[in-house]
Design a protein around this ligand. Sequence first.
Ligand code: AOF
Ligand code: ZN
Length: 351
Amino acid sequence: MTLALAQAAAGLGRTAPNPPVGCVIVRGAQLVGQGFHPRAGEAHAEVFALREAGERARGATAYVTLEPCSHHGRTPPCADAVIASGVRRVVVAALDPNPQVAGRGVARLRAAGIDVTVGVGADEALRQQAGFRSVMVRGRPWVVAKYAMTLDGKVAALNAHGGGEGNGAVSGALARRRVMQWRDELDAIAVGSGTLLADNPALTTRGIPGGRDPRPVVFDRRARTCPQARAWRPGAVLVAAPGADTAAHEAAGIQVLRAADHAHALDALGELGVSSVLLEGGPVLLGAFLEAGLVDEVRVLIAPKVLGAGLSPLPGPRRPMAQAQDLREVHTEPLGPDVLVTGLLNSIPHL
Ligand code: AOF
Ligand code: ZN
């Protein structure tokens, strides 16, 4: 299953609205086939793996990171392909929350006499499929809030006017590389209008071989950003208030999405085929998402430096420590001199 999960990882950021899925086929001690789902509309992981295995699939065991599908979508049911191949045992990491599948894939395999085990490697599979599961079950993308801060909890120095000062990276090279990996793996990257105005960020993936750029989403209620800013490449989305004057942006070819609040904006992004969002700031947008309960996962990079006055990452109301939000499934990892802390605020939809 570890190999199947590694296969699936090749599809991260490329399969929406479909899930990233990996499959390996093992006969005795021999790996006879492997594959992953490259993008929506193309064949599913099992099909690639079975194709490679050919006749050697007979009597073999298939490891799949998602329950083989039982329905006719853009492609025919994988459960039928698995049955036809002669595979004798199937190990599945997680069931498919798609209501058209939802356990029917496994049921069909079992009805054909195949021995099926479910749940092996489920934690990692759920993390890989968080975006797909989120849209399928909740109708909105999985939101990952990311920021880099100093030991004293500041994300940016202050400029002379008391605003954020964009210049100067907080974290080191390894941490910055990890952020680029996340940009490669998540469907969209979201920032607020303040960040666009202050930094004019490119919001691209740099330094990752074969990397792809996430779709820029700019939360700009009043459409006050410059339509010529670097973020406005093809596919970029402006999220504006229902009454905002977006004529200049529309004239520049920018896609405008109107939403009364952040929750509705996320629903609309889900409908556009965005399964996961890397929310990179600034603090006003992060704080608003957090208070609305819309941050599902947090990834924080902590740099061993002390700044003094500066911007806090997540401004929120005053509350007693007993009411602080606790993260679940917390992981820490050193990245050179920095420390990465990740955790969940909402659970990944499971079946
Ligand atoms: C699998 N293996 O590799 C994937 C699955 O339109 P389609 O035919 O591509 O079907 C999309 C649905 O199939 C998707 O919503 C999810 O339920 C399942 N994805 N299933 O057996 C795969 N990518
Ligand atoms: Zn399938």
